[in-house]
Design a protein around this ligand. Structure first.
Ligand code: ADP
Length: 401
C-alpha cells in the first residue's frame, strides 16, 4: 500500500511517499517558494535527485509539480498517481476537538477552517493542501494528523492560563501545545527502546529544531508542554522569543510599535537570531563561537539555559522520570548543545557521558554515564513516518469496516 504524506505550509509543500506497512520511503521532496516568481522543487528517490525551477502560482500547481516529479520517467517513484492508496496530512491546529488522527470529511474541513483563527499561518495552508490533494487524487482516503492531538491529555491545571476564565470559555484561550506527532513518536520509540509498554514510561522529551518545544510525559501521555496557544511560547527558538513577560508588548505598543510589527519581531526576528544578530542556525552559531564570537556564545547559552529550566520544572511535574529524550535537528546532532544543557545537573541524578555523547549523532542511543539515575536518550524524529502509520491504520480500519 502506497501512502503520500503532505506537510503544506503557506509557501511550501514537503512530501514523502511511503510503502506500507514496511514504512519504506520511496520518494521525498519539497516544493518551495510557491507564489513567487521562481519556485523550486527537489525530490530524492532511489538515490536519484530531481530538481525543477519554474513558476508555481499556487498549491494546486504545486501538487501538479509533485505529480510530475513522482511519476518522472527516469527519476520518479511510481508510474501513475493511481498507485497511491491514501494520503496523510500534517495539520497544525486541531483545537480541543481532536485527540488523534482522523479521516478527512467535509465536516472535518470546516472544523480545521474554524481553527484557522488560532493558527492563521498554518491551518489555511493545511486546508488548501487537503483540497488540492483531493483534486489530484480523487476519492483516495485522506487523513489529518494534528500537531495538537497528543497534548489533549494535558490536565486543566497545566493548560489554563491565569486569565479571566471567560477568555477560555468564550475564546478558547488556553495552552494547546504543538510538535505532538514528534513528541508522541519519540515517546513510543523510547518505550520500545527500554522494552516497556507505551503507557509505562515517564519522560521529558525535547524537540529541538527550528521550532523547539518540550513535553512532560507521564504514563506515556503528555501532561504538560512548553508551547501554548500558539507555537511562540516556551523555549528560545531559531527566530522566536519563547517565554517572555507579556507586559513587554504593552510597553512597546505605548512606544508606538504596531501589533503586526511586534508579531513579526517576536516570531521572525527574535530567538537565536535576535540575540546573536548573526544567525538562527545552531550550526552557524557554534562555528562562530569557536572563532571567538561572544554574541554567538551568549545566544547559545540563553538557548540552553531555558531548556535546563524546563527540565527542572518537568522533573518536579513528573516527580522524577525514566529518561530525557533529545530529538529534532539540534537535539539529534549537536553534541555541544546537549553538553551545554546537561552540564551541572549531577545533584539531580542527570549526568552525561562525554564519550557516548560524542558518538551518538543522528542516530538512536543512550548518552548518560553509569552513575546517572536518569537515562538520556537521543532518538531521531520521524513525523512523516508517524503520519504514514496513522494514515495506514485508519484507512485499513476503513477498508475492514
Ligand atoms: P525543522 O524544525 O525546520 O524541521 P530541524 O529539525 O532540521 O528543523 O533543525 C534545524 C536546526 O538543527 C538548525 O538550527 C540546525 O543548525 C540544527 N542542526 C542540524 N544539524 C546540526 C549539527 N550537526 N550540529 C548542530 N546543529 C545542527
Amino acid at each position: 500500500m502506497k501512502i503520500l504524506v503532505l506537510n503544506c505550509g503557506s509557501s511550501s509543500i514537503k512530501y514523502q511517499l511511503f510503502e506500507m506497512p514496511e514504512n519504506a520511503v520511496l520518494a521525498k521532496g519539497v516544493v518551495e517558494r510557491i507564489g513567487e516568481e521562481q519556485s523550486q522543487a527537489t525530490q530524492r528517490s532511489n538515490g536519484e535527485t530531481l530538481t525543477m525551477a519554474e513558476q508555481i502560482a499556487d498549491h494546486e500547481q504545486a501538487m501538479q509539480a509533485i505529480e510530475r516529479m513522482l511519476t518522472h520517467d527516469e527519476k520518479g517513484a511510481i508510474s501513475s498517481l493511481n498507485e497511491i492508496d491514501a494520503c496523510g496530512h500534517r495539520v497544525v491546529h486541531g483545537g480541543e476537538t481532536f485527540t488523534g488522527s482522523v479521516i478527512c470529511t467535509d465536516e472535518l474541513e470546516s472544523v480545521i477552517d474554524a481553527y484557522s483563527e488560532l493558527a492563521p499561518l498554518h491551518n489555511p495552508a493545511n486546508l488548501t493542501g487537503i483540497r488540492a490533494a483531493r483534486k489530484m487524487l480523487g476519492n483516495v482516503p485522506q487523513v489529518a494528523c494534528f500537531d495538537t492531538a497528543f497534548h489533549q491529555s494535558i490536565p486543566k491545571v497545566a493548560y489554563l492560563y491565569a486569565l479571566p476564565y471567560a477568555l477560555y470559555r468564550e475564546h478558547k484561550i488556553r495552552r494547546y501545545g504543538f510538535h505532538g506527532t514528534s513528541h508522541r513518536y519519540v515517546a513510543r520509540e523510547a518505550a520500545t527502546y527500554f522494552d516497556k509498554h507505551k503507557y509505562a514510561v515517564d519522560l521529558i522529551t525535547c524537540h529541538l529544531g527550528n521550532g523547539c518545544s518540550m513535553a512532560a510525559i507521564k504514563d506515556g501521555k503528555s501532561v504538560d508542554t512548553s508551547m501554548g496557544l500558539t507555537p511562540l511560547e516556551g523555549l528560545v527558538m531559531g527566530t522566536r522569543t519563547g517565554d517572555l513577560d507579556s507586559a513587554i508588548i504593552f510597553h512597546l505598543v505605548r512606544k508606538g510599535y504596531k501589533p503586526e510589527v511586534l508579531d513579526k519581531i517576536f516570531n521572525k526576528n527574535s530567538g537565536l537570531l535576535g540575540i546573536s544578530e548573526l544567525s538562527n542556525d545552531v550550526r552557524d552559531l557554534e562555528q562562530k563561537e569557536k572563532a571567538g564570537n561572544e554574541s554567538a556564545k551568549l545566544a547559545l547559552d540563553i538557548f540552553a539555559y531555558r531548556i535546563k529550566k524546563y527540565i527542572g520544572s518537568y522533573l518536579a511535574v513528573l516527580n522524577g522520570c525514566h529518561a530525557i529524550v533529545f530529538t529534532g535537528g539540534i537535539g539529534e546532532n549537536s553534541v555541544a548543545m546537549r553538553r551545554r544543557i546537561l552540564s551541572d545537573l549531577g545533584n539531580m541524578g542527570i549526568e552525561l557521558d562525554d564519550r557516548k555523547n560524542t558518538r551518538i549523532v543522528g542516530k538512536t542511543g543512550e548518552i548518560q554515564s553509569d552513575k546517572s539515575r536518569i537515562k538520556i536518550l537521543v532518538i531521531p524524529t520521524d513525523e512523516e513516518g508517524a503520519i504514514a502509520r496513522d494514515t495506514y491504520a485508519l484507512t485499513m480500519e476503513d477498508v475492514l469496516v
